[in-house]
Design a protein around this ligand. Structure first.
Ligand code: GLN
Length: 288
């Protein structure tokens, strides 16, 4: 079959299974397998090996597996990141953290910033930041060894491996501060919302990276103390939050010695990132 015929076949199969953008999806799937435009090459016939992959990907896509997982690669901050079963598929809204950090850094991009990424997953946050801040160094921590390995290889793929260290641990365990910038996109979905998640998320993103206990707040509660210990006095921690979580997370952090430095909305206008600094007690002047 030619690419055009394959396209029609895949589109019909996806449409029959009630996929919304069947035509567009069929195009992405074919182009991901062939790395070639189907519009420019309509009469090309895929090789038998490619046909095996096309059929396999279609079968998996019909079961709801996202295309990024089929390809094994996802673009984040215009950089390629490889994924595995233990890494969350990076979301566009998480780029809001990168934007927030760059805004906070302002014209001081060339400073030797020290960055910590808690729950690094694919490494997308730390690696994107090191890519933008040429003198920065950073540590990414993840509880999953398989995520640590993936993040290391993504750092290499994106040319920042000499400035990035990844280690296995629970949040800040075994890490020495202070850090000017701490970032984290912790799991924050309340467990009871599991049934409401899209199939591609529910079945293929690692549960450990999605759910923050019954109320979605468990990880924020765990994070206040390591962040308090590891953040530099003038530093800023940028945390991703779920829709509507600002009051709870702000109350929690303000009660744990932090002040809110910034609140950033994502492209959909949802409050997505909170930036906190340490609330330093004013110096008590010594008696004369
Ligand atoms: N932002 C992801 C989602 O909405 C969840 C990941 C997280 O909890 N940080 O699917």
């Amino acid at each position: 079959m030619t690419l055009t015929e394959w396209h029609r076949f895949i589109e019909e199969a996806l449409a029959k299974a009630a996929f919304e953008n069947a035509g567009q999806e069929a195009k992405w799937l074919l182009e991901s397998v062939r790395n070639q435009s189907i519009i420019l090459n309509p009469t090309v016939v895929p090789s038998p090996e490619e046909e095996v992959v096309i059929e396999e990907w279609l079968r998996r896509r019909l079961k709801g597996e996202p295309l990024s997982r089929l390809r094994g690669i996802r673009e984040f901050w215009s950089l390629p990141f490889q994924l595995n079963a233990h890494t969350l598929d990076p979301r566009p809204e998480t780029e809001t953290i990168v934007e927030g950090v760059l805004k906070w850094v302002g014209d001081q991009k060339a400073k030797p910033w020290r960055i910590l990424d808690l729950g690094t997953g694919s490494g997308c946050l730390l690696i994107s930041l090191l890519h933008e801040l040429p003198q920065a160094i950073g540590i990414g921590v993840d509880i999953q060894e398989e995520a640590v390995t993936m993040a290391q290889s993504n750092a290499l793929r994106n040319g920042v491996n000499t400035r990035a260290t990844f280690c296995q641990g629970s949040w800040g365990e075994g890490v020495e501060g202070p850090f000017d910038i701490i970032v984290s996109n912790p799991p924050y979905i309340p467990r009871h919302e599991e049934e409401t998640l899209e199939r591609g998320v529910r079945l293929f993103d690692p549960a450990l990276a999605l759910f923050g206990g019954e109320d979605g707040m468990t990880c924020y509660r765990e994070l206040t103390s390591p962040i308090n210990a590891l953040l530099a006095p003038q530093g800023c921690v940028f945390l991703e939050i779920g829709q509507g979580q600002r009051p709870d997370v702000e109350t929690l952090f303000q009660g744990a010695g932090f002040k809110t430095l910034t609140v950033i909305q994502d492209l959909a206008g949802i409050e997505r990132v909170l930036g906190f600094g340490l609330r330093i007690c004013p110096n008590v002047s010594s008696p004369t």
